[in-house]
Design a protein around this ligand. Structure first.
Ligand code: SF4
Length: 371
């Protein structure tokens, strides 16, 4: 039987740069789209593994829904030719509201995409404009309706919290608007102010004011309570799903399963190697090779904790032992004691997991676990 791996494909094109974005994405490079798809398919041929089947595919970006339908068709059908897909593979595509068309969605369906993720963010025009998003909430509604019309049932909406001027009432309204669209999955991300972004300039100059830490924590609690009331389960710090609808691709990354990444800036992880393709689009198109890093056994053990503790179930001691040849206690010894004593982590049914308090202090826990 073939081993199962993940496959990530980065599509770096965007209409314009959002105020908070430090992802490898580029506005005004549509002329490179065709060349790019061809380069990704060439890379796919060099990275395909004969003994592996793709269990999850994730087309992310950037804005994958900006690719013209014919190019998306070329990309997806090329991937299907190059890789074996496991039966029932989860295949996701990120879309920006307002950029999808029935033609684009039918290309996705025809090529086995069975999960969509929309960057919805907030239902207030004021916040969407502050974020520099190109869409309105009316377009979120239209795009989701179009997706349902095309036959998609498994739909995620990304939402943001902790935004300048955002209030608990704004978030309450956004959650209610989002739930009215009956998504199966909601990702609720706290804003991270990255250096080099407009958001960073506006916040550091004092022009935009972030909510206090306490207010942001309350917003996070509001997300949790609201979504629990509507039948969602939290399976990761920022991710909530109806039973059976957790994103397998992301969960597999947090469980440190192997995946191939294709495209500019894409990362991959196979055996004890992590690689990253050049983040710059021109470098990637010009064939600059990926940077590879060999992961030592100690780094691999730490990675398992860093990634696995993001999940509410935590890190399975049995899986950890199978992967690393030592148990969590043998690997981390006394370094576990302080966060256990402080009530930041706990053992539950063979898993080591963050407590609710630990979720707010994940970085402190990781600092304790470092050698
Ligand atoms: S759509 Fe996404 S990737 Fe593109 S600029 Fe905005 S945040 Fe960045």
């Amino acid at each position: 039987m073939k081993k199962e791996i993940g496959l990530y494909v980065h599509v770096p094109f965007c209409v314009r740069k959002c105020a908070y974005c430090d992802f490898a994405s580029f506005a005004g490079r549509e002329q490179d789209e065709e060349k790019y798809v061809d380069a990704v398919l060439r890379e796919a041929e060099t990275r395909a593994l004969p003994d592996a089947a793709v269990a999850t595919l994730y087309i992310g970006g950037g804005t994958p829904s900006l690719l013209p339908p014919a190019l998306m068709d070329r990309l997806l059908s090329g991937l299907r030719k190059t890789f074996d897909f496991a039966p029932g593979a989860e295949c996701s595509c990120e879309c920006n509201p307002g950029t999808v068309t029935p033609g684009f969605l039918s290309v996705l369906r025809a090529n086995g995409i069975n999960r969509l993720s929309f960057g919805a963010q907030a239902s207030q025009a004021r916040l969407l404009s502050l974020l520099g998003r190109i869409h309105t909430w009316a377009q979120v509604r239209e795009s989701v309706a179009m997706a349902r019309q095309a036959g998609f049932q498994n739909i995620n909406l990304d939402l943001m919290l902790g935004l300048p001027t955002q209030t608990a009432d704004d978030l309450r309204e956004t959650l209610s608007e989002a739930l009215a669209l009956s998504p199966t999955h909601l990702s609720c991300y706290g804003l991270i102010v990255e250096e080099g972004t407009k958001m960073h300039r506006m916040v550091t100059s004092g022009a935009w004011v972030l909510p206090e830490e306490e207010e942001e924590r309350d917003m996070y609690e509001l997300c949790r309570e609201t979504l629990f009331r509507h039948g969602f389960e939290q399976y990761e710090i920022s991710n909530f799903a109806l039973p059976g609808s957790a994103c397998r691709h992301n969960a597999d990354c947090w469980k440190r399963k192997e995946y191939i990444g294709l495209g500019s800036a894409a990362c991959g992880f196979l055996g004890n190697i992590r690689y990253q393709n050049p983040p710059d689009l021109s470098d990637y198109l010009n064939g600059k090779p990926a940077e590879e890093t060999v992961i030592s056994p100690g780094e691999a053990r730490f990675e398992s904790m860093m990634l696995g503790l993001r999940m509410t179930e935590g890190v399975s001691d049995a899986s950890f032992t199978a992967a690393h040849g030592v148990s969590i206690r043998e690997a981390f010894g006394e370094r576990l004691d302080k966060p256990l004593r402080q009530g930041l982590i706990e053992w539950a049914d063979g898993f080591l997991r963050l407590t609710r308090k630990g979720m707010d202090m994940q970085n402190s826990v990781l600092v304790e676990l470092m050698e």
